[in-house]
Design a protein around this ligand. Structure first.
Ligand code: ADP
Ligand code: ADP
Ligand code: ZN
Length: 215
């Protein structure tokens, strides 16, 4: 199964992708994570992407589509893919079709996480992750069970993203509205979009996604 999680920054895509990975052995393909790894490693892609990401704008379609193709090639043919944060433009949606069909895969579901924009700044400014395993947390909505210790791996170092500030979030939201939301009709026309209430608590969102994937 190959699915897209679609929604604005802070909608819960990464949170839900991590849960699907644990439950179904699928693989999360997050272009944001891939780009942050490239920035950290100082690769040519990372050097090109760094400033763009800090401004909250979109990195070029060619760069992210190349990253996605490489990741798919590195995984088993029968491992399901969860696209998280990709595609984000009409050109990327077109590339994804080509990338999938070249590998004998097809898109089964697009899950749209519907959220109130007013909630997103709080979600994003409170977000942090385990520096060791990458598990996501939130200052208010999902704290580690023991303060300062990761539930999943016991790690004690956490990190916050430089672009998770209120000002950059506004640019990222504007980019979503202008370039990403308009790709939904492409998938609606194919009858593969499931709309899920992303304002519900995390467990309910997971259950709703599971339900959508069974249809
Ligand atoms: P995205 O990947 O779509 O940008 P995340 O999954 O990283 O979003 O979620 C953003 C923040 O909001 C995280 O800190 C996460 O813990 C929190 N969060 C995710 N889903 C919910 C939810 N349903 N209710 C409350 N907080 C949530
Ligand atoms: P979020 O889920 O909170 O929106 P991501 O981690 O998906 O954040 O993305 C962080 C940044 O990385 C984006 O603001 C953008 O600069 C860049 N980026 C990630 N994915 C893409 C993509 N598919 N196309 C263009 N830029 C991307
Ligand atoms: Zn951890």
């Amino acid at each position: 199964m190959n699915i897209i999680l679609l929604g604005p920054p802070g909608a819960g895509k990464g949170t839900q992708a991590q849960r699907l990975v644990e439950r179904h052995g699928m693989r999360q393909l997050s272009t944001g994570d891939m780009l942050r790894a490239a920035v950290k490693a100082g690769t040519p892609t990372g050097l090109e992407a760094k400033a763009v990401m800090e401004r909250g704008e979109l990195v070029s379609d060619a760069i992210v589509s190349a990253l996605i193709g490489d990741e798919l090639d590195a995984m088993g043919a029968d491992t399901g893919a969860i696209f998280d944060g990709y595609p984000r433009t009409a050109a990327q949606a077109e590339s994804l079709d080509a990338i999938l069909s070249a590998r004998g895969r097809k898109l089964d579901h697009v899950v749209e996480l519907e959220v109130d924009e007013e909630a997103l700044v709080e979600r994003i400014t409170g977000r942090f992750t385990c520096a060791t395993c990458g598990k996501g947390y939130h200052d208010t909505f999902e704290r580690p069970k023991v303060d300062g210790v990761c539930d999943k791996c016991g790690g004690t170092e956490f990190k916050r993203r430089p672009d998770d500030n209120a000002e950059t979030v506004r640019t990222r939201l504007a980019e979503y509205r202008a370039k990403t939301a308009p790709i939904l009709p492409i998938y609606e026309a194919r009858g593969i979009v499931a709309k899920v209430d992303g304002m519900a608590d995390m467990d309910h969102v997971t259950a709703a996604i599971e339900g959508a994937l069974r249809t």
